[in-house]
Design a binder for this molecule. Structure first.
Ligand code: ZN
Length: 227
């Protein structure tokens, strides 16, 4: 994964990137539950308060398990399931039961009754962390637009648009990582950053809006915008 040291880290280290509260601990974003071992070196870390740090972990666990269940079509410990998620379901029968009851099978497809609030909570958290990390500019308000869907539900045109680098024609804040990215790329495009192959990638683009795109396990896609 590309890791470029920012010059403006100290400036924004004084507060939680999620709520603007006091900086009390460091938060890995993406959370390790969304990744496999061995973890990549230099995982992005953002400052946050303890209350925010504690408030996300159960929802992140739920989302990680939901994605594996939806990806493999099973609510149990499916064969092609990531091993740490299969282990998690064995150790957490209540979560396994909850996911099993959310599974709806019809003659031609399997659907999942998604706990939308929990999924949104995690995606907004991740998007805020990536925006703060890449652009050194915390986005404390909720995004003005948020879109979350499996990649497989996109049309070809939607997918091409989603996957393409973004060129906003606007230079980001001096000292931020995206500015370094642009200098390195020398193209003016905001491209995808791969945290772990097949597991997690994201893109942050800064222009009139701040756009964050996320793909988890090459299954779930999301886009958050602050206009
Ligand atoms: Zn906070």
């Amino acid at each position: 994964m590309r890791q470029i040291r920012t010059f403006s880290e100290e400036r924004n280290n004084g507060w939680c990137v999620y709520c603007g509260g006091q900086y009390e601990t460091d938060d890995h974003s993406p959370s390790r539950v969304l990744l496999d071992k061995p973890y990549p070196e230099n995982l992005p870390v953002v400052p946050c308060c303890r209350a925010c740090n504690d408030s996300f972990s159960l929802d992140e666990e739920y989302l990680a398990c939901l994605i594996e269940c939806a990806r493999t079509g099973s609510a149990g410990q499916g064969e092609s399931m990531r091993s740490r998620i299969a282990d998690k379901l064995i150790r957490t029968p209540s979560l396994e039961a909850r996911l099993a009851s959310a599974r709806i099978e019809t003659d031609d497809a399997v659907y999942w009754n998604v706990e939308v609030k929990r999924v949104r909570n995690v995606i907004v958290k991740l998007a805020k962390a990536h925006a703060a990390y890449e652009n050194s500019e915390p986005m404390l308000d909720p995004p003005t637009r948020l879109w979350i869907n499996p990649l497989c539900t996109m049309t070809r045109e939607q997918r091409e648009h989603f996957e393409a680098p973004i060129n906003t024609g606007v230079w980001p804040e001096a000292g931020s990582r995206v500015l370094h990215q642009i200098v390195v790329a020398a193209e003016g495009d905001y491209d995808w950053i791969e945290v772990q192959p097949e597991r997690y990638r994201y893109l942050v683009a800064v222009g009139d809006s701040v756009v964050v795109r996320i793909v988890i396990s090459e299954y779930l896609a999301a886009e958050a915008c602050w206009d």
